[in-house]
Design a protein around this ligand. Structure first.
Ligand code: ADP
Ligand code: MG
Length: 332
């Protein structure tokens, strides 16, 4: 099983940023209000993600580290309507098979053993170290050390500390844009890189966060938009065309809260801009598309950057139409 996990890790865990992505998504799925991410040496030496979510009861800690033990899909038909970010139950065991991992958690107040925290780990041989008492506030910490220590081939593909940390930083920015309701702290080698208070529904605080993540240009020169059609809702911010960029570095598109890099979506946005404006500069945007889960398949690739829409033509045309209309009206 250790080997199976390591093979799966090859799919899911490409670099430290992929570990952070999986751990942060678990924290979000656990309904947390705050996430703290501590990174050492680009995440290769150590990375730790701590949340204040609902935690894991003692008797389920070992299960969380075993393969295909997701708590998120109760029945097979749930797979048709996945609302959580994780659902494969292979992230934690995969990460554990290529690192020295410790999982510490204290379950929410309604569980029997909520008055104490418990910790389990995985030894170098892949065997579970039994649960022992630990000190931890309600919520969960996953501590990942020496990533790829036992898979030298993987380790060889890692870039410099700075590059690996940049990937983590980008990932955390993407999450922070999509989740203004979550407080987020990111540290590298003990230094604060991002320190974002929860913005809740407060419009001003949301703009502050845009400002902190994308710079003052974006916050000042972009306009909010929100439009709906049957089964589709598009909302977010698009920067005024005059301020579009020479680099395609500020393009964030989310489908049901999940960041995607999707050809169909990118094409629809670009097409709308170039049809109205006749220039080839890059639009800057943070856009969220919401649609019933049954109309979108996120299960295309374990890293989950791509999506497949059941009605892709309709989705493309909706995005195109909304942006094209707003751009032609000059309301952007
Ligand atoms: P998946 O997210 O696909 O279910 P994972 O391997 O990422 O699989 O996690 C396995 C299980 O461990 C989850 O289904 C969840 O029950 C539990 N878990 C992992 N991380 C957390 C967390 N931060 N808070 C609460 N539960 C967690
Ligand atoms: Mg997960």
């Amino acid at each position: 099983d250790h080997l199976v996990n390591q093979i799966a890790a090859g799919e899911v865990v490409e670099r430290p940023a992929s570990v952070v992505k999986e751990l942060v998504e678990n924290s979000l799925d656990a309904g947390c209000g705050r996430i703290e991410i501590d990174v050492e040496q680009g995440g290769v030496k150590r990375l730790r993600v701590r949340d204040d979510g609902r935690g894991i009861p003692r008797d389920q800690l070992a299960l969380a580290l075993s393969r295909h033990a997701t708590s998120k899909v109760a029945e097979l038909r749930d797979l048709e309507a996945v609302g959580t970010l994780g659902f494969r139950g292979e992230a934690l065991p995969s990460i554990a098979s290529v690192s020295r991992l410790t999982l510490t958690s204290r379950a929410a107040a309604d569980a029997d053993d909520a008055d104490s925290a418990w910790e389990i780990g995985v030894g170098a041989d892949g065997r579970l170290i039994p649960a022992r008492p630990a000190a931890h506030p309600p919520g969960t910490s996953v501590d990942v050390r020496e990533l790829f220590f036992n898979t030298p081939a993987r380790r060889k593909f890692l870039r410099t500390e700075k590059t690996e940390f940049d990937h983590i930083h980008q990932l955390v920015r993407r999450v922070a844009l999509a989740h203004p309701e979550i407080g987020i702290q990111l540290r590298h080698n003990g230094k604060d890189i991002l320190s974002l208070g929860a913005a809740g529904g407060d419009e001003r605080k949301v703009l502050d966060r845009l400002n902190a993540l994308l710079g003052p240009d974006f916050a000042e020169q972009s306009l909010a938009l929100e439009e709906s059609a049957v089964d589709l809702r598009l909302h977010g911010w698009v920067m005024r065309p005059a301020f579009s960029r020479s680099q395609p570095d500020q393009q964030f598109f989310y489908v049901n809260g999940r960041m995607v890099r999707d050809k169909l979506v990118t094409h629809a946005v670009r097409q709308a801009f170039s049809d109205v404006l006749h220039h080839g500069r890059h639009p800057a945007y943070v856009l969220f598309l919401d649609t019933p889960p049954r109309l979108v398949d996120v299960n295309v690739h374990p890293a989950k950057h791509e999506v497949r829409f059941r009605e892709s033509r309709q989705v493309h045309d909706f995005i195109y139409r909304v942006l094209h209309r707003r751009l032609s009206q000059g309301t952007l």
